[in-house]
Design a protein around this ligand. Structure first.
Ligand code: NDP
Ligand code: NHF
Length: 442
C-alpha cells in the first residue's frame, strides 16, 4: 500500500512534471498533512493555530528566528522540534514535512516560499506575497513548475462579507462597474515610532538571530523592540511595504475577485505625503487603470487607492452626501447603483430606496486555512493560489513604485515587465540581494 508521504510527494511531483490542473493529482482524503510553521508569533501564531485545528493536520516542526517567540507553539505541539533557521529545518526534516506556512515579515516571503516550493512543499504564505514585483513573478513561475497547492494568507477572502460583496457584483445587482475607489485608514509609517535609523539602539536580545531576520535585505543594526522586529518592519522600505502593501491585498481582494481582474494595471499615477528614503509615506494616493473585464462597463477600469486617513475624492452620484463612509473599504460605482464594501463589514447598496432590504443574499464564510489543508490533501487548488496572489501583489507593489514618482503617469508593460515611459522606475522592480541570500530567476 502506498504510504501517506509517498502519496503526497508523488502527487506533488506528478503535478510538477506535467504542470497541469489538480484533477490529475488524485485524492488522499483519509491522510494527515504534516505542516511546519515558519514565523511562530504574531500572525504566524494564528496561522499555525488555525491549521492545527484541522482534524487532518499534524504540526511537524516550527521555526522562528526569535526563540523567545516560540512559547505558544511549544505548548501547542510539545513534540515538534523548534528551529531558528528554516533551511536547517527543511534539511533535517524535509522528508517529514508536506507543507509550510510562511508568516515572516514581507522581505522574506519570496526567499522562503520559493525554496519550499522547489522542495515540493505546499505553501500558505502571508500577504503581500512578496516584497517586490520581480519576486512576485518568480513565485508565480515556480508555482507552475512545482505544482504544489498554494494559498495567499488573505483570510478575509473566505469571509462571509467579502464573499457576499463578490456575489452582489457578479450577479449584476448594480449593473456593470464603471469605477472602483478603495481606501484604508492605516498609515505607511508610525508603527515603528521612527522615521530614520535609530542612533543608539539597545542590545540585541539573546533569543534573536539578527542575521537570519535581516535575510535578503542589506544588513543594519537591530533597532530595539518593535522598531523593525517584531511589527515595526512594515514602515521600512527595506522590509515592508507601508499601508498599501499591508492592506492592499486585503482591501483590493474583493475588487479583483468580484471583477475577475486578470491582468496587472496598464497605467498608474500616485501622490504621497511624508516619505523619506527609509520609511513609507504617511499618506498615499494611487490611480490605477486596469484592462476591463466582462463585469466592467468599459475596456478599461479605474481603480484608485487612498490611505493614511484619506477618503476617496469621488463617491459617485448614488451615495447621499450625508452617508459616512467606513474607515477602510471600497466603493464599486455601477451603472444602476453603487456598492459600499467596508473592510470586513457587510456590503451596502445605494440608492437605498432602489434596493429592497433583501436585495443582498448573504454568502456564508468558509474556513480559509482549512481550505488550503483540504486542497493539499485532495489536490484541488483553492481559487486564490499564488498565481492570483502574485497578480494582486504585483498590482499593489507597482503602486508603491508610482509613489516614488509623484504625479507622473507611468505606463506598465506587463508582458515585458517594465515601465515603458520611465526607465528609472524599473530599478525598483527588484532589489539587490545580500550575499548568501540571492534569489535565482525561475
Ligand atoms: N492576514 C492577516 O490578517 C495578517 C497578516 N499579517 C502578515 O503576516 C506576516 C507577519 O506579520 P506579523 O506577525 O505581524 O509580524 P511580526 O514581526 O510580529 O512576526 C513575524 C514572525 O516571523 C518571525 N520571523 C521573522 N523572520 C523569520 C525567518 N526568516 N524565519 C522564521 N521566522 C521568522 C518573527 O520572529 P521575530 O519575533 O524574531 O521577529 C516573528 O515571530 C506579514 O507578512 C504580515 O503582512 C500580519 C497580521 C495579520
Ligand atoms: O489585517 C491585518 C491587521 O493589521 C495588520 C497590521 O497593520 C496587518 O498586517 C494585517 O494584514
Amino acid at each position: 500500500m502506498i504510504k501517506r508521504r509517498q502519496f503526497l510527494q508523488a502527487s506533488a511531483a506528478a503535478a510538477a512534471v506535467v504542470a497541469c490542473p489538480s484533477i490529475v493529482r488524485g485524492r488522499n482524503l483519509n491522510s494527515k498533512l504534516s505542516v511546519a510553521g515558519i514565523g511562530c508569533d504574531g500572525k504566524g501564531w494564528s496561522d499555525i493555530k488555525e491549521m492545527s485545528d484541522h482534524p487532518q493536520t499534524q504540526m511537524a516542526a516550527f521555526c522562528d528566528i526569535d526563540l523567545a517567540r516560540t512559547e505558544k507553539v511549544k505548548k501547542l505541539a510539545p513534540d515538534a522540534p523548534v528551529f531558528q533557521d528554516y533551511r536547517e529545518m527543511l534539511a533535517k526534516l524535509g522528508d517529514k514535512i508536506d507543507a509550510v506556512t510562511v508568516s515572516t515579515p514581507d522581505h522574506m516571503h519570496a526567499f522562503i516560499t520559493l525554496d519550499a516550493m522547489r522542495q515540493g512543499k505546499h505553501v500558505y504564505c502571508q500577504k503581500p506575497l512578496t516584497h517586490n514585483v520581480w519576486e512576485a513573478r518568480q513565485v508565480a513561475n515556480q508555482t507552475k513548475k512545482s505544482g504544489v497547492i498554494t494559498r495567499l494568507g488573505n483570510q478575509i477572502h473566505s469571509h462571509s462579507v467579502y464573499r457576499t460583496g463578490v456575489q452582489v457584483i457578479q450577479s449584476g445587482t448594480i449593473g456593470k462597474v464603471k469605477e472602483v475607489r478603495s481606501w484604508c485608514a492605516a498609515t505607511g509609517h508610525g508603527k515603528s515610532g521612527q522615521i530614520s535609523v535609530p542612533k543608539n539602539p539597545p542590545a540585541l536580545p539573546k533569543s534573536v538571530d539578527w542575521d537570519l531576520w535581516i535575510g535578503v535585505a542589506p544588513m543594519r543594526t537591530y533597532g530595539g523592540h518593535n522598531v523593525y522586529h517584531p511589527w515595526g518592519w512594515r514602515d521600512w522600505q527595506d522590509f515592508g511595504n507601508g499601508a498599501l502593501g499591508d492592506f492592499g491585498c486585503h482591501i483590493l481582494d474583493p475588487v479583483f475577485t468580484a471583477l475577475k481582474i486578470a491582468a496587472p494595471p496598464t497605467q498608474l499615477k500616485a501622490d504621497h505625503s511624508g516619505m523619506n528614503d527609509q520609511v513609507w509615506a504617511a499618506q498615499t494616493q494611487v490611480d490605477y487603470v486596469f484592462p476591463g473585464t466582462e463585469l466592467t462597463t468599459d475596456d478599461t477600469i479605474k481603480i484608485s487607492w487612498d490611505d493614511g486617513g484619506l477618503l476617496p475624492s469621488v463617491r459617485g452620484s448614488h451615495i447621499p452626501g450625508t452617508v459616512a463612509l467606513p474607515k477602510s473599504g471600497s466603493i464599486f460605482i455601477g451603472e444602476k447603483g453603487t456598492m459600499v464594501m467596508p473592510h470586513v463589514g457587510p456590503p451596502q447598496l445605494f440608492p437605498q430606496d432602489q434596493y429592497a432590504a433583501d436585495a443582498i443574499e448573504k454568502v456564508e464564510s468558509v474556513n480559509h486555512y482549512h481550505g488550503w489543508v483540504d486542497g493539499c490533501l485532495s489536490g484541488e487548488q483553492p481559487s486564490d493560489g499564488f498565481d492570483y496572489g502574485a497578480l494582486l501583489t504585483e498590482s499593489v507593489l507597482l503602486g508603491n513604485i508610482a509613489v516614488r514618482y509623484r504625479t507622473q503617469n507611468l505606463q506598465w508593460d506587463a508582458a515585458a515587465m517594465r515601465f515603458t515611459n520611465n526607465d528609472d522606475a524599473n530599478k525598483w522592480l527588484r532589489r539587490d540581494y545580500r550575499t548568501g541570500w540571492n534569489i535565482d530567476e525561475v
